[in-house]
Write a protein that binds this ligand. Sequence first.
Ligand code: GLU
Length: 441
Amino acid sequence: MSDTLAPTGQVDTTGRDRASTPAPDRPAHDDAITTAKTQLAGAVARLGYDEGLHEMLATPRREINVSIPLRRDDGSTALFHGYRVQHNVSRGPGKGGLRYHPSVDVDEVRALAMWMTWKCAVVELPYGGAKGGVSIDPRQFSQAELERVTRRYTSEIMPMIGPARDIMAPDVGTDARTMAWVMDTYSVNQGYTIPGVVTGKPLEVGGSLGRATATSRGVVHSTRAALREEGLTLADVSVAVQGFGKVGSHAAAMYAEAGARVESVSDQYGGLYREGGIDMVALFEHVARTGSVVGFPEADPLGDQSLLELEVDVVVPAAVEGVLTHDNAPLVRARWVVEGANGPTSARADTILAERGIVVVPDILANAGGVIVSYFEWVQAQQAYWWTEAEIEQRLEERMLHAYDAVADVARREKISMRDAALMLSVRRVAEAHKIRGLYP
Ligand code: GLU
């Protein structure tokens, strides 16, 4: 991949393709960037926009590729590749997470940045969209090593970020601790404390109450809203949650608390199934003790069976992108797919699910709770005045339900899927902001 990299620290404002090759284990047509671009093309066609505007919306505004040398604890050195992509900043500063995962490449980060643009627009946050990533497996490195990687990455992308430029947050493989390192590195270099450069920080340094569980809470709100359209509540349904990390674990607990039967969960090591529902309190204790859902004695192992194909009412992919493809979409038996992850459904799978009458609550709406509370955190940091947890949760619910209703309304009116409706709404908002600002020069 190194031949695709610009020299360290070089800012590429053209956004032109220096694409890496697709991950070898995923066919190109199911790649995140292909999915994102296909979704955009659909929205552009529906909105009747011309090719020039389409090209602008499809291309990152600004991106940076950096190399990150790490001094390992044993004295040796290792080199990693990192990226920060600002897809669009027409509606405000770039906003989006930082991902640490071995499969990160520039195209994946571009796709994730584009989805952030639509996500912020669909829930009406005054942000554009951005994303960062480092191709590293954080499980293989000590905390001290990850701190050095994070600080070096931050100093390499320093000219591009800031509370009014581009605001980072946790994503797959990063957490509040990572954000504290980013915030500290940025602040030390500027000469004073600047909490607004990141969100999802620890409470001790200006984080927001309710941020850690916000994405999951939003996923549950949007599930509830989708069920309500059929006159159902969470107490009426069974649920399967793929991924037991920051999003999936809290979502599973909240579903169970609300009376849903959480019959299946999985993590990267394996899955569980129990008809009638898994005891979440006992499962959390097991995971705290062992680090995985695997081996939990009060449920059966899922074995080779795919969680996504189980006979449950609601399936919640809350791990990584590209898990629902044209191969397994015909096998989904749930009535609702609620996307806790970003980009879990390929464009071809989307068509199949829509044809089969399965309702997909799309990622840019379903998992927007995280960035909504990130926005609250940023607003609180800007005014140095913090809200109560009850205030945060109430405002989060209001925004989620308002956005859900707006998307459902478009879907009904235009007779299109929730995904197409969410994209239509958000792409239009971004395009309108762009048009009103006009082209410079
Ligand atoms: N990484 C999260 C997402 O994909 C949160 C982004 C943020 O809060 O900026 O939505």
